[in-house]
Ligand binder design. Structure first.
Ligand code: 2P0
Length: 331
């Protein structure tokens, strides 16, 4: 029996993934670009054991059942199928991120699970293979296999073999930071999966989103290559707000924003008016994340902490791709 342990960081998209061309394989309608974050990560140990009657899944010190455990088993079935093994697995995971609070623990979680399970089962641990496998757990997880800036190439193939992350990194000497607010750690009311599907199917604004994506991708790639923060921030903020606008056009309309989200957004805009380089992005949750440089993190963190409804602030630095650890987790 081999136990394998892997760690993967959360990633935050600056150009968002919003909509699928294949719901089963998690193939996106557009490329996305993200930054992997060092401070928020998942660590996962996996062992396939001959005597287990069923998969056992512990997260953050507790056994988990229901939908969450079902998703893990469904993912392990992909690994078992590829490895031609039948053994059930013992999976132990720990997150530094509040699960399902819009801080994308599914991305780090499935990237770490893909890396640990692949190694434990003896199948390929090549980065592109891990990225394609992680994508099957949760689309955005394919980006967490890599560090720094990552572009998820949507790919053309029907089997998804060319739909994976590609590192874009140009961080040498660039003191980029993402200040992440935590507004609410309550699980969200609507999963990003459902939100995405409803938007694609019903929002008249979705066509506008898709039509504008290529320009945003070009602008973001160029800004990353030149280490141009104002250009990257402007593009990322606009891209995020366009994504959120598609939801307001859905039938029925919905939003992930809370009153405190709007307050935090206004804090960022006020900071910018005062000359502080700060641009926001938001995902399928209420938290506002602010792109800036090291020099300005203190002023931004303080202004956000003073914003009503903000419960916490974490300053994140660019992080690495998946790595394997020698010491297994204990439940
Ligand atoms: C992103 N989000 O690019 C976008 C922006 C949320 C908003 O990727 O259905 O959990 O598992 O493929 O990856 C969240 O969606 O969705 C996400 P599935 P996922 O980060």
């Amino acid at each position: 029996m081999t136990i394998a342990t892997a760690q993967a960081c959360v990633n935050i998209a600056l150009i968002k993934y919003w909509g699928k061309r294949d719901e089963t394989l998690h193939l996106p309608t557009n490329n996305s670009i993200s930054l992997t974050l060092n401070e928020l990560y998942s660590t996962t140990s996996v062992a396939f054991e001959p005597d287990l009657p069923e998969d056992i899944y512990w997260r953050d010190g507790h056994p988990r059942n229901g939908e969450e455990a079902f998703k893990v088993t469904r993912f392990l079935d992909l690994v078992r199928n590829q490895a031609q093994i039948e053994h059930r697995a013992r999976v132990i995971t720990r997150n530094t991120v509040p699960t399902a609070a819009g801080l994308a623990s599914s991305a780090s979680g499935f990237a770490a699970l893909a890396a640990a399970a692949s190694k434990a089962a003896g199948i390929s641990t090549a980065a592109n293979d891990l990225s394609c496998l992680a994508r099957r757990g949760s689309g955005s997880a394919c980006r967490s296999v890599f560090g720094g800036f990552v572009e998820w190439q949507k790919g053309q193939r029907e089997d998804g073999a060319d739909s994976h992350g590609v590192p874009l990194s140009n961080l040498n000497g660039w003191e980029l930071r993402l200040v992440v607010t935590q507004l609410s750690s309550a699980p969200k009311e609507r999963s990003s999966r459902d939100g995405m599907r409803d938007t694609v199917n019903t929002s008249p604004f979705y066509a506008g989103w898709l039509a504008s994506i290529d320009d945003d991708l070009i602008a973001a790639r160029k800004a990353i290559a030149r280490q141009d923060l104002p250009a990257l921030g402007t593009t990322a903020e606009r891209n995020a707000l366009k994504m959120h606008a598609t939801m307001l056009g859905a039938e029925p309309p919905f939003t992930y924003w809370l009153p405190a989200s709007v307050a935090a957004m206004r804090t960022v805009w006020d900071l910018r008016k005062r000359g502080v380089p700060a641009w926001l992005t938001m995902d399928a949750g209420p938290n506002v994340k602010v792109l800036t440089t090291e020099h300005h993190t203190q002023a931004i963190s303080q202004a956000l902490r003073e914003t009503p409804g903000v419960e916490g602030v974490v300053v994140c630095t660019p992080g690495p791709g998946v790595r394997w650890l020698d010491t297994p987790l204990e439940a």
